[in-house]
Ligand binder design. Structure first.
Ligand code: SF4
Ligand code: SF4
Length: 96
């Protein structure tokens, strides 16, 4: 299942999508994120039947992704997003 976190405003789309079918809860994205945006929960709030841990965007970050993720925003000379780089399962995508 695709879990979308974020919003659209007049300046653009600010969404992080986590494919929970690919996520294995390894926590590498949590370690890689410089802003503490991501967490791993033992219980998936979107799927009570899931038995594995799963990554989510923290509830206190969901309405602030434009600002929290801005230091990673792609531009010339910047590396790929750390969260996406860290996820070997390919579970994370960003609207940028
Ligand atoms: S790095 Fe990928 S597989 Fe691991 S917890 Fe984060 S989203 Fe899930
Ligand atoms: S884009 Fe940067 S700040 Fe945003 S979740 Fe990924 S690593 Fe964290």
């Amino acid at each position: 299942m695709l879990a979308n976190y974020g919003y659209t405003d007049g300046s653009g789309d600010y969404f992080i999508t986590i494919d929970t079918d690919k996520c294995n809860g390894c926590g590498e994205c949590v370690t890689a994120c410089p802003a503490g945006v991501l967490e791993v929960l033992d219980d998936d709030p979107n799927d009570p039947l899931r038995e594995e841990p799963v990554a989510v965007v923290g509830t206190n970050k969901r309405n602030k992704l434009k600002y929290e993720c801005n230091p990673c925003k792609p531009s010339i000379g910047r590396p790929p997003l750390p969260c996406i780089e860290a996820c070997k399962a390919g579970a994370i995508s960003h609207s940028w």
